[in-house]
Design a protein around this ligand. Structure first.
Ligand SMILES: C[S@@+](CC[C@H](N)C(=O)[O-])C[C@H]1O[C@@H](n2cnc3c(N)ncnc32)[C@H](O)[C@@H]1O
Length: 270
């Protein structure tokens, strides 16, 4: 107890305040809550058994037809050190709760540098670690735009850190939409009509992952990639791959996270 209130009571007050401040976000958070409860039931009956691949990065390069060892690797290591140190001490330490990790960051860096996408869509931003990595890669490419959809976290210490990893000077190629992917993705998909890279890192319920993957896969250009984080959460990615017949790679997140992410590639020509 600090200041007379328990941590749980303070969290309850923060959540109540957030709900009153923005009724549309409150509705999206409520929908998320219902989906999480439904997902708990589904998770028990649908547990995937992936074999994380030790050579996942080399395999990804082979599937992309990109040079190996990767010539863009040293630039990523330098960028990553900067991403982590730039988060500073204003919010939670790097690697906690919502933050992405270096393995997924590296996969996204290589995908953007090697496939040179024109349109990238991501769901789930939080502090924007993946957004920063992809925007830096687009900047090096000298072309392309990132469209991000994020329902900001309900907890104040995370909500106030929204997009903190993305410096103002890097935002000219960025369109950021606040709210759930259910609210924004169908319209964005209709507006863009084709996309070269899609990254799911929002709500990892099976229903939401299926919704996002099946909405975006038809829009992916030949040779485009779909990336999903936390694929071990449920069977959605595994059944999506089985149904689409896409070539895929499953990689391990780094030691700060210990989950898995998946990359599915659309055949270059159909
Ligand atoms: C795991 S974090 C994303 C981490 C981020 N990709 C990064 O690079 O650090 C998940 C984010 O998705 C948001 N989110 C949760 N449900 C969502 C939904 N239905 N639609 C869009 N964003 C959602 C969370 O509030 C949070 O900001």
């Amino acid at each position: 107890m600090a200041g007379g209130l328990s941590r749980r009571a303070r969290t309850g007050i923060q959540v109540g305040r957030a709900l009153l401040e923005d009724p549309i976000q409150a509705w999206d958070w409520a929908q998320n809550g219902l989906e999480i409860v439904r997902g708990l039931r589904e998770r028990r009956t649908e547990t995937p058994s992936y074999m994380p691949e030790g050579d996942w990065l080399e395999r990804l390069h082979a599937l992309l037809g990109a040079e190996w060892p990767c010539p863009a690797a040293p630039d990523f290591s330098e960028l990553w050190d900067d991403v982590v140190s730039s988060l500073g001490s204003a919010g939670p330490g790097y690697g906690e709760r919502y933050d992405s990790d270096a393995s997924l960051g590296r996969a996204l860096w290589c995908l953007v540098r090697h496939t040179k996408p024109t349109r990238v869509v991501e769901t789930g931003v939080a502090r924007g670690i993946n957004s920063r990595v992809m925007l830096e890669a687009l900047e090096v490419n000298g072309a392309g735009r990132l469209y991000s959809i994020d329902l900001p976290p309900v907890l104040e210490e995370w909500r106030t850190q929204s997009r903190a990893a993305v410096p103002a000077g890097l935002r000219s190629r960025w369109t950021y939409l606040t709210g759930s992917s259910r609210r924004h993705l169908p319209r964005l998909a209709a507006d863009l009509s084709t996309v070269d890279l899609f990254v799911h890192d929002s709500l990892h319920s099976a229903a939401n992952m299926r919704f996002e993957m099946t909405t975006m896969w038809p829009l992916l250009a030949p040779g485009g990639a779909l990336v999903a984080d936390d694929v071990e959460s449920n069977g959605a990615f595994a059944s999506f791959i089985a149904g689409s017949g896409a070539a895929s790679v499953v990689g391990p997140q780094d030691v700060t996270k210990r989950g898995l992410f998946g990359v599915a590639l659309k055949p270059a020509s159909r």
